[in-house]
Design a protein around this ligand. Structure first.
Ligand SMILES: *Cc1c(COP(=O)(O)O)cnc(C)c1O
Length: 395
């Protein structure tokens, strides 16, 4: 049976790891080593001649890291995967590896703020230009393409409004104009969508979120075709931003239960979205499984579940909403998402604190917005907690 036919939980437990491991242990060990030794000069020469598949030096690979990569590749239906010390490490290294001075990138407008800053501020210094396009406007997207365009980079679903990119549509645009399509699939995970199956060139995840899943590690990964990943791996070996085997071990451990957690997070987020949607103090809920969501049809067609993040607008002032947040007893106030603990935040005060209300409005962030990143607690407990916390909102 090919790995592609196995279920995602089987792949999460067994994928990428050899059946027999060091010292007959059931787990993949943490190979805490900076370098790898050669038995003799003949072995060194065989390795240099490409006759031996083995490790050479820590910056170019580590067996623990490699096991995590192969597991992630299996989950994403990819030929290969490359691990990074953070999601941003994956994004910045990949974009730098695939562009040169004079090239042009298209980025969708509600992409992760640091990705936008990286393209607009840092890549600009190296002569790479970026156009920002609304992810809902495919005509504008196609019009933004110039002969210099190399990449289209988008999240799907996006943060915090859960815009879902029509994958067949962007892949067709990419093929027509010979540009590479990269999808940051962090909010969906391989449990809910596998964009490579649609012909996307590279998929990227912040493994810090659902994949690690326990709010205890940072990591990032890109998945895709082997020769593509090989090129970026060489680039990573020069830049030096490589993951630590400890974090790779924690990621492997987290991935074993990832499908179980994700199923619960999908289920709880859907229940919370439906609960909030009926609540008189809530004016809007952004969750792609709700029929009023502007990408409901696209999401239903290409996603198997809709993730653990629910964004919503409360009919109250910024200050009143802070009281509601402070009154929640289960979710912690923190950035991030996807871990076992539920997290809640006001984007206006978390990611956009230094902006004025007007400036936030200009980038599409309302002061009424709350982002709830659902953990794996009991669904009813989370809803009961929201019910009591919302009592502080007048009306
Ligand atoms: C968190 C996040 C990132 C950045 O990942 P880090 O692991 O924090 O570096 C990138 N994209 C999305 C969609 C994210 O949620």
């Amino acid at each position: 049976m090919s790995d592609k036919k196995k279920g995602i939980s089987t792949l999460a437990v067994h994928g990428g790891e050899p059946r027999e491991k060091a010292a007959h242990a059931i787990t993949t060990p943490i190979h805490q080593t900076s370098t790898y030794v050669f038995r003799d000069t003949a072995e060194l020469c065989d390795y240099m001649d490409g006759k031996l598949d083995r490790m050479e030096y820590g910056r170019y690979g580590n067996p623990t890291t490699r096991a995590a990569e192969l597991k992630l590749a299996a989950l994403d239906h990819a030929e290969d995967a490359l691990l990074f010390p953070s999601g941003m490490g994956a994004i910045t290294t990949t974009i730098m590896a695939l562009t040169k001075a004079g090239d042009h990138i298209i980025l969708t407008s509600d992409s992760y703020r640091r990705t936008r800053q990286f393209c607009l501020q840092i890549m600009a210094k190296f002569g790479v230009e970026t156009s920002i396009v609304d992810p809902r406007d495919y005509d504008a997207l196609e019009k933004a393409i110039t002969p210099k365009t190399k990449l289209l980079f988008s999240e799907s679903p996006t943060n915090p409004y859960m815009n879902v990119i029509d994958l067949p549509k962007v892949v067709a645009i990419g093929k027509k104009h010979r540009i590479k399509i990269i999808i940051d699939s962090t909010f969906a995970t391989p449990f809910n969508q596998t964009p490579l199956d649609y012909g996307v060139d590279l998929v990227l995840h912040s493994a810090t979120k659902y994949l690690g899943g326990h709010n205890d590690l940072l990591g990032g990964v890109i998945t895709g075709k082997k020769d593509f990943i090989d090129g970026i791996r060489k680039f990573q070996g020069i830049l030096g931003g490589i993951p630590d085997p400890q974090a790779a071990y924690l990621l492997i451990r987290g991935l074993k239960t990832f499908p179980l957690r994700m199923a619960r997070q999908n289920e709880s987020a859907l229940a919370i979205a439906r609960y909030l949607n009926k609540h008189p103090k809530i004016s809007m809920v952004y969750y792609p499984a709700l029929e009023h969501h502007h990408n409901y049809e696209v999401a239903k067609a290409q996603m198997r579940g809709f993730g653990g993040v629910v964004s919503f607008e409360v009919k109250a002032t910024l200050e009143q909403i802070s009281k509601f947040i402070d009154n929640c007893k289960i979710p912690y106030i923190a950035p991030s998402l996807g871990g076992t603990e539920s997290l809640i935040e006001q984007p206006s005060l978390m990611s956009f604190y230094e902006l004025s209300t007007e400036e936030r409005k200009a980038v599409g962030i309302s002061d009424q917005l709350v982002r709830y990143a659902v953990g794996v607690e009991d669904t009813q407990d989370l809803i009961d907690d929201l019910e009591q916390a919302l009592k502080v909102i007048p009306g």
